[in-house]
Design a protein around this ligand. Structure first.
Ligand SMILES: [Zn+2]
Length: 481
């Protein structure tokens, strides 16, 4: 139902849209680690309780495997690396939004007040600048140094507080004897604790509560976006949540396991050895699940804040992850570097009073902003390439491998076509083809076996890229609206 009110504003009649919008995004949240999507550990009891109110999209995809690519797709409805001939992970991508119109900017033109509670430095004014497109941006970034500037409140890694010689000794030790390094680091953590690199969901909720419960706030023409970072690496769970899944591991061990995987699989220090890697993945999984459970609890808290503040029943609420995270399924850790399922499958829940319960349709983040505009009866700008949420037989995705990694700068493109996924590393001219029905874990590359079909998909992908490039030229020639 669309609520419209005709109002006399000075001498003009204007349409006032009254339906509020809340967008909650959770970094690196994998749907296959949520009981909402059938995971055997009950990590999301609160989200499960929303099944009767929300549409739960079982097969939702991000159009890119990291924060920047994903948010460009969801908030501008354009493909992530369109407009960029070079790396969007460097300072260049702060100019990306100059050529694109974002959802909050459009809604602002229709009288919305747009409020952002952002905890991700890559979305902040220091990088993509998505938060700056909101009328009231809150950059909740403790202790992050980005683009050479340190944000407020310094609570970075514990090593900053260590004396220099000891720090350099430890730095050398970790490559020579990680076991001893882990022991010393764990001992240090136990003595002095460890700080979190991101603002916790609980702290974010406190900001949200303070803002919404202040006398100045009213639920009228509001777009509120809240981003949580808790499930982002490094996984550092609260001990009481970790105890739910594993009582014998300390949260500090989880941090050390993260650090090991970072050195070995992101920084490519292949010679370092620690404990059995199955054991490390177990610790990582327990820590990650504990964080998912924590986020679920904090979402419950957030919904209570909304309820206490008198949020109208017809508010549109979206909850989704920007991308997943890899736990060595394809030999790597964290995200941004590939287009496998563990990175591009996302959680996606939407309360729009159109659809409720589990939905089988395969959907993409590119359609998120156009869908919101469609719900409000606002015509989408020509620039937006998606449409309202529909089942997609074909979904296109892309990334440029971020810095730090050995494959930094590789352009990787992928296309989902029916039950198949074709991945093309443009830089290395490598192809992979997977049958997602028979092989959902993408363990068997059938590109050579299905050469004819692969060529058909490659043509499809090439045509797609060509069309995007044509679109790009057309957009540069026309205004963004
Ligand atoms: Zn992210």
């Amino acid at each position: 139902m669309i609520h419209l009110v005709l109002k006399l504003n000075s001498s003009n009649w204007v349409i006032e849209l009254l339906r509020n919008i809340v967008i909650i995004t959770i970094d690196s949240l994998r749907p296959d680690h949520m009981s909402l999507y059938g995971y055997d550990r009950d990590t999301t009891p609160f989200l499960r309780s929303l099944v009767n109110e929300f549409g739960i999209y079982k097969r939702a995809y991000s159009n890119g495997p990291n924060t920047i690519t994903s948010f460009i797709a969801s908030f501008t409805s354009t493909y992530p690396i369109m407009f960029l001939s070079k790396d969007p992970n460097t300072g260049r991508h702060r100019y990306v939004l100059k050529y694109r119109i974002t959802l909050p900017e459009i809604l602002n033109k229709y009288g919305y007040e747009t409020i952002a509670f952002n905890t991700n430095p890559y979305l902040s004014k220091y990088r993509l600048g998505l938060s700056t497109k909101f009328t009231k941006p809150f950059e909740l970034l403790p202790g992050i140094t980005i683009a050479g500037k340190k944000t407020h409140r310094n609570s970075l890694s514990l090593f900053i507080s260590l004396a220099k010689p000891f720090k350099s000794f430890l730095n050398r030790l970790k490559f020579k004897n990680y076991t001893l390094y882990a022991y010393i680091r764990s001992f240090y953590h136990r003595l002095y604790g460890a700080s979190r690199p991101y603002m916790t969901a609980e702290e974010v909720n406190n900001y949200v509560r303070k803002y919404i419960m202040s006398g100045d706030f009213s639920w009228k023409n509001k777009l509120i976006w809240i981003h949580y970072m808790d499930t982002h690496v490094p996984y550092y769970p609260y001990q009481r949540y970790l105890n739910v899944f594993n009582k014998s591991v300390s949260a500090y061990d989880a941090l050390i396991a993260n650090h090991y995987l970072y050195l070995k699989y992101i920084r490519s220090h292949k010679n370092i050895r620690w404990i059995d890697e199955d054991e490390i993945i177990k610790i990582i999984t327990d820590a990650y699940d504990a964080l998912v459970l924590y986020i679920d609890d904090q979402l419950k808290e957030l919904f209570k804040i909304f309820e206490d503040s008198g949020m109208p029943e017809d508010t549109i609420i979206a909850i989704f992850s920007d991308h997943g995270d890899e736990h060595l399924e394809h030999g790597s850790f964290s995200h941004g570097h590939s287009l496998y399922e563990e990175l591009v499958r996302i959680a996606f829940l939407l309360k729009d009073d159109i659809r409720k319960g589990y939905i089988d349709d395969r959907v993409q983040l590119l359609d998120f902003s156009p869908h919101i505009l469609w719900l409000l009866g606002i015509k989408k700008p020509i620039q937006m390439m998606g449409s309202k949420l529909l089942h997609r037989n074909t979904i296109y995705m892309e990334t440029i491998v971020p810095p730090i990694r050995r494959t930094y700068g590789d352009v990787i493109r992928g296309i989902l076509y029916e039950k198949y996924k074709l991945i093309y590393n443009e830089t290395r001219n490598q192809y992979e083809l997977y049958d997602l029905e028979k092989d959902p874990k993408e363990s068997l590359n059938i590109y050579m076996k299905e050469l004819d079909f692969s060529s058909k998909l490659i043509n499809e992908l090439r045509q797609f890229i060509k069309n995007i490039k044509r679109y790009e030229v057309k957009l540069k020639l026309t205004s963004i609206f």
